[in-house]
Design a binder for this molecule. Structure first.
Ligand SMILES: [Zn+2]
Ligand SMILES: [Zn+2]
Length: 255
């Protein structure tokens, strides 16, 4: 199929046999988007116009800062800030007309503060929008679409999913939601019937591995093996919140 660009990474993500294949894909998309944003793209006019308008979320500012391309990030930020300053000026003038008049210094009344909707809207938009998040989301949407296509048409892929470690809660939610429109009623019922037990079992397994991990803090259990609990905290956080706090070595041998 022509969508090889999505089917290959999707298959590879399931082959990696992690706690959530979609988190695996997200991690790669995030790395690619960071590289793209701080690569030569910011010198392209259309990209810059988009970053000027959208800006970035808190997490991605931090991640971009950590990449240490100080010049690139400063350039991106300077024109984004210029845009914010222009928009903020317009919004404030529109919401609080006296800013533009001789009455500038009169006492700010409650009625004026109630009118500041354009400013509030601009601020919340600035906080919520993110060039990198949007870039990732459009690819993730295609992955989800391809996932359901393969589930319906490729028995090999379906088997991989059925033998997987399930998904994190967030991506399980995405599949429950998107499945409604991507599958017919019968297919959807079959899908939920097969996927839900896999997810539930995997969550219970991680819960038990965490309990074992906790147990190993007690010196009386020093001689007992770690079983599969060594990275259960990282895997537990991934399962619960879709956050990869540390690299997880899935081949970590039992002792
Ligand atoms: Zn996930
Ligand atoms: Zn973001």
């Amino acid at each position: 199929m022509k969508e090889r660009i999505y089917t290959v990474p999707l298959n590879e993500a399931f082959d990696a046999d992690t706690e959530c294949a979609f988190c695996e894909l997200h991690k790669k998309l995030n790395e690619d988007a960071l590289r793209y944003t701080l690569g030569a793209s910011y010198m392209e006019e259309d990209v810059r116009e988009t970053t000027d308008n959208l800006g970035f979320c808190k997490a991605h500012y931090k991640e971009m800062y950590d990449v240490q391309n100080r010049l690139g990030l400063s350039l991106i930020l300077s024109t984004h800030l210029k845009k914010i300053n222009e928009k903020l000026d317009k919004a404030l003038k529109s919401d609080f007309k006296t800013l533009d008049s001789a009455e500038k210094t009169r006492i700010f009344k409650k009625a004026d503060s109630d009118k500041m909707s354009k400013t509030a809207e601009l601020i919340s938009k600035t906080e919520d929008s993110c060039f990198i998040c949007e870039k990732i989301k459009s690819s993730m949407d295609r992955y989800v679409e391809t996932f359901f296509f393969l589930w319906r048409t490729e028995p090999d892929f379906k088997n991989k999913v059925l033998n997987s470690k399930g998904f994190c809660i967030e991506h399980f939610g995405v599949l429950i939601d998107e499945g409604k429109s991507k599958l017919n009623q019968k297919e959807y019922a079959e899908f939920i019937g097969k996927i839900a037990p896999i997810v539930q079992e995997s969550l219970k397994r991680v819960e038990e591995e965490l309990l074992w991990f906790i147990k190993k803090f007690d010196y009386r259990f020093d001689d007992l093996p770690w079983k599969n609990s060594k990275n259960s905290l990282q895997r537990g956080i991934l399962k619960t919140a879709g956050v990869l706090v540390d690299k997880i070595n899935y081949d970590e041998a039992d002792e």
